[in-house]
Write a protein that binds this ligand. Structure first.
Ligand SMILES: NC(=O)c1ccc[n+]([C@@H]2O[C@H](COP(=O)([O-])OP(=O)(O)OC[C@H]3O[C@@H](n4cnc5c(N)ncnc54)[C@H](O)[C@@H]3O)[C@@H](O)[C@H]2O)c1
Ligand SMILES: [Zn+2]
Ligand SMILES: [Zn+2]
Length: 384
């Protein structure tokens, strides 16, 4: 089958790989019909996630048709068209039972932090992902969800990550009616977080980035105020100034490890890999939230130590909430919101790119060319 193949930092190509097989009675094999590239894949692409092995296939956001089933799978049948949440979750461990499907204790049992994630390095379990024609889906009865009749596949594929992550970013912010919410990052996740902030009752939503076309998109889609941090001199001072010197009620970090904006963070976190990423947006979030405010982190950082102003967290009495999104927990509500037209995720998709052109797709998304917000890879069988 055709599959994306990681060859080393900033080198990916399309290759032929063996078909995946059922390895466990709870597995399914799915023929992929849509597979996105995510900002999280850029951390892998840039070589900043430990134990990202040459030969791995990325891709944790995909839809597909069930082609084979292990003998213990009961809820799915051959031919079902499913959306597959990015977290691999057993459904029964102590963490899954609490709805912490991103922290499953079984799907990545060597690790103490994150659970298994499709196509996300051996740090996240070493599972091959969906940027391929076929993919093995473990615990097939737990998270894969049959796509509701009539739902657009472009909407469905964004329910595997972007929509729940944006929603959870806003949810973790504990937004109260009328709150001022600042979202750092106008990628798909930040834009969706800004959109969802209104659903929780925000009174003012501000997005910060430095890519003009994304700021423009956020302004119209969320809708919200959106500012280029390069024109602000100091985004922290700016946020203080527009909030009567108090600071924002809630700040959301939807940037993570690839942040721009601080030479020191960039050198330590992105060039020398001496910390778990460049924590520039997180710094800004901590310093621009009000005393007693909440910082919600969905931007991804690596497992090693990272310089953040922890003294300010303590002295301002900030609550920090963070996690990988718990997709399965949120799906029922979010499917309903998409069906009711409250959320329109497919509007974020700017590019449908043949799977065979995966290296171009990474280049375009990574360099933010051609107005790219969210690219979707289309395997040959999905294009006929
Ligand atoms: N927690 C989760 O479950 C989860 C799920 C999906 C994605 N993520 C993470 O969320 C983050 C965003 O994902 P995405 O797909 O939107 O990525 P993306 O790369 O498309 O977007 C990130 C945006 O941040 C902007 N940016 C860079 N430095 C900035 C700064 N200092 N301040 C403000 N903006 C800045 C970039 O210009 C870009 O537009 C990534 O770190 C990704 O790994 C987390
Ligand atoms: Zn993702
Ligand atoms: Zn579990």
């Amino acid at each position: 089958m055709l599959a994306m193949n990681y060859r080393g930092p900033r080198r990916v190509r399309i290759d032929h790989k063996p078909m995946p097989e059922i390895l466990h009675p709870q597995d399914a094999i799915v023929r992929v019909t849509r597979s996105c590239i995510c900002g999280s894949d850029l951390h892998l692409y840039n070589g900043s996630v430990p134990d990202t092995r040459v030969g791995m296939t990325f891709g944790h956001e995909f839809t597909g048709v069930v082609e084979q089933l292990g003998e213990e799978v009961e809820k799915l049948k051959i031919g079902d068209h499913v959306l597959v949440p990015f977290n691999i979750a057993c459904g029964t461990c102590v963490f899954c039972q609490q709805g912490l499907y991103g922290n499953c204790h079984e799907s990545n049992s060597q690790a103490t932090a994150v659970g298994g994630i499709f196509g996300y390095s051996h740090t996240a379990g070493g599972y091959d992902g969906g940027q391929a024609e076929y993919v093995r889906v473990p615990y097939a009865d737990v998270s894969p969800t049959v796509i509701p009749e009539g739902m657009d596949l472009d909407d469905a594929v964004l329910l595997t990550d972007v929509v729940p992550t944006g929603h959870q970013a806003a949810e973790m912010g504990g937004i109260q009616p009328g709150d001022t919410v600042v979202v750092f990052g106008a990628g798909p996740v930040g834009i969706m977080a800004a959109r969802c902030a209104w659903l929780f009752g925000a009174g003012r939503v501000i997005v910060i980035d430095y890519v003009d076309y994304r700021l423009e998109f956020a302004r119209n889609y969320a809708p919200c105020e959106a500012y280029d941090f390069r024109s602000l001199q100091d985004p922290v001072v700016f946020i203080k100034r527009i909030t009567e010197s108090l600071g924002a009620d809630v700040c959301i970090d939807a940037v993570g490890a690839e942040a721009a904006g601080s030479a020191m963070q960039t050198i330590l976190g992105r060039k020398l890999l001496m910390q778990g990423g460049a924590a520039t947006a997180l710094h800004w979030a901590i310093n621009s939230v009000k005393k007693g405010g909440i910082v919600s982190i969905v931007g991804v950082y690596g497992p090693i130590d990272t310089l953040v102003p922890i003294g300010n967290v303590v002295n301002k009495g900030i609550t920090i909430r963070a996690n990988q999104a718990s997709v399965k927990r949120l799906l029922p509500r979010l499917i309903e919101q998409v069906q009711n037209g409250i959320l329109d995720p497919k509007a974020l998709i700017t590019h449908h790119i043949p799977l065979e052109d995966v290296s171009d797709a990474y280049r375009i998304f990574s360099a933010k060319l051609d107005g790219c917000i969210k690219p979707v890879l289309m395997p040959p069988s999905a294009r006929t």
